[in-house]
Design a protein around this ligand. Structure first.
Ligand code: MG
Length: 348
C-alpha cells in the first residue's frame, strides 16, 4: 500500500495516497472491460479534525492516479482561515486547472466531511434533507454471458430495481435472461452504444413492454438532435450520463433528455452536485444520482443528497472486494445513511 503524501498549509493539512480497488466480478460495459479501478484517497485536517475524501478514476474519464496526485500537489490552502469559507475554497480549487473533476471531488468531499464533523451533524441534516425520501438503489448487472447474468441476478435478490448495461448485440438476450429470473423493475444503461435513432426507439418500446423504467445515455452524446428526437417519442424517460458533466451542462440538456445522471466524480463533488439537482428540478427534469466504482467514502458522500433524487444508483462500493471504510449500507435494497457527522464514514 502506498504511503500518504502530506502537505501542510497554514491551519490545513492535506494528505493523499493512491489505492487500487479490486472488482468482485469482471465489469463489462459497451466500450470496455476491467477488473480494477484506480482511486486516490484524501484526508483534509483542520485543528485536529479530519475529513475524508476520494477520487475514483475509471480509465475512460481521462484522469489517473498520476494526474490526481499532481493536481492535489498544486493546492495551497494557506491563505484560507477557515473551512467555512467553503465557496471560496472550492472556487479556488476549481480554477487551479481545467477538468480534473475527480481530483476536485476528492477535496470537496473531504471538506464537506470536515465541516460536518466540526458541526457534529451528518451532511444530509445540515442540508435539511429527509433520508426517508431516498429511492431504493439499483444494483448494476454488467454485460455478460447468459449463465453469469443469471447468477448475478440471483445474487442481487435484495434489490428493488436493477440496472442493466446494454449497447452490444446481446441486449435482448440479456433482458430475456433477467426476465426469466425476476420481475423487478429495470433501468437500462446503453453507455452511448446505439447509433441509430429509429432502432433506439424500437428498443425503447421493446424495453418498456418488459418493465424497463428508463434509458440512460441511449446514443452518443454528440448526437444531440437524435437524442432529443428519441426523448420526444420514447415511452420511457431518457437520462444523460456521458452527455452531462457539470452544472453548466444542465440547461442545455433540457429537451434533449428527460433527466440527468449526477455523479460526484464528473461534477467536482457534493457542492456542485446539489446545485445540479436543484437546477434540474427547477427545469422540470428528472434527477438520477450515480457513482463510479468507489469505496464507501465517495458513495456515502453522494448518498447525503440522495433524498433529492428520483433514482439512486449507489452500488459502487458493493462491486468491490476491498472497501476500506464503513459508511452507507444497503438493506433490502434501501440506502441506509449512518447517523454520524459529515459523510458518516469510519475507517475499517
Ligand atoms: Mg451510465
Amino acid at each position: 500500500m502506498s504511503s500518504w503524501e502530506t502537505k501542510k498549509m497554514g491551519r490545513f493539512t492535506l494528505r493523499f495516497r493512491p489505492f487500487t480497488l479490486e472488482m468482485r466480478h469482471v465489469f463489462t460495459v459497451a466500450s470496455f472491460s476491467r477488473t480494477t479501478t484506480p482511486v486516490v484517497l484524501t484526508e483534509l485536517e483542520y485543528d485536529g479534525i479530519v475529513g475524508y475524501g476520494e477520487a475514483s478514476m475509471p480509465p475512460y474519464l481521462g484522469e489517473s492516479q498520476e494526474s490526481v496526485t499532481k493536481f492535489l500537489s498544486q493546492i495551497d490552502l494557506s491563505h484560507f482561515d477557515s473551512p467555512f469559507q467553503t465557496a471560496e475554497i472550492l472556487t479556488y480549487i476549481d480554477q487551479i486547472a481545467e477538468k480534473n473533476t475527480a481530483a476536485k471531488a476528492a477535496v470537496d468531499i473531504a471538506l464537506h466531511d470536515l465541516l460536518g464533523k466540526i458541526m457534529n451533524q451528518p451532511f444530509y441534516k445540515i442540508w435539511g434533507l429527509n433520508p426517508d425520501l431516498i429511492p431504493p438503489t439499483s444494483y448494476t448487472i454488467g454485460i455478460d454471458t447468459e449463465e453469469m447474468i443469471r447468477k448475478k441476478v440471483e445474487e442481487a435478490e435484495q434489490f428493488k430495481i436493477l440496472k442493466v448495461k446494454l449497447g452490444l448485440d446481446t441486449d435482448k438476450m440479456i433482458i430475456d435472461t433477467i426476465r426469466s429470473v425476476t420481475d423487478v423493475p429495470l433501468c437500462a444503461d446503453v453507455n452511448q452504444g446505439w447509433k441509430n435513432k429509429e432502432e433506439a426507439l424500437e428498443m425503447a418500446h421493446w424495453l418498456h413492454e418488459r418493465n424497463v423504467v428508463f434509458l440512460e445515455q441511449p446514443m452518443p452524446k454528440e448526437m444531440i438532435d437524435e437524442n432529443a428526437w428519441l426523448t420526444a417519442q420514447s415511452p420511457i424517460p431518457t437520462i444523460a450520463d456521458e452527455g452531462c458533466q457539470r452544472l453548466v451542462d444542465v440547461p442545455k440538456l433540457q429537451g434533449v433528455y428527460t433527466g440527468i445522471n449526477i455523479k460526484l466524480m464528473k461534477c467536482t463533488g457534493m457542492r456542485e452536485a446539489k446545485q445540479m439537482a436543484e437546477l434540474a428540478r427547477s427545469l422540470d427534469m428528472k434527477v438520477m444520482l450515480g457513482c463510479m466504482t468507489e469505496t464507501s467514502c465517495a458513495i456515502s458522500a453522494a448518498a447525503q443528497l440522495a433524498p433529492l433524487v428520483d433514482w439512486a444508483d449507489l452500488d459502487g462500493a458493493l462491486l468491490i472486494g476491498n472497501d476500506i471504510y464503513d459508511g452507507m449500507t444497503v438493506q433490502e435494497g434501501k440506502c441506509i445513511l449512518p447517523d454520524r457527522p459529515g459523510i458518516g464514514i469510519l475507517k475499517k
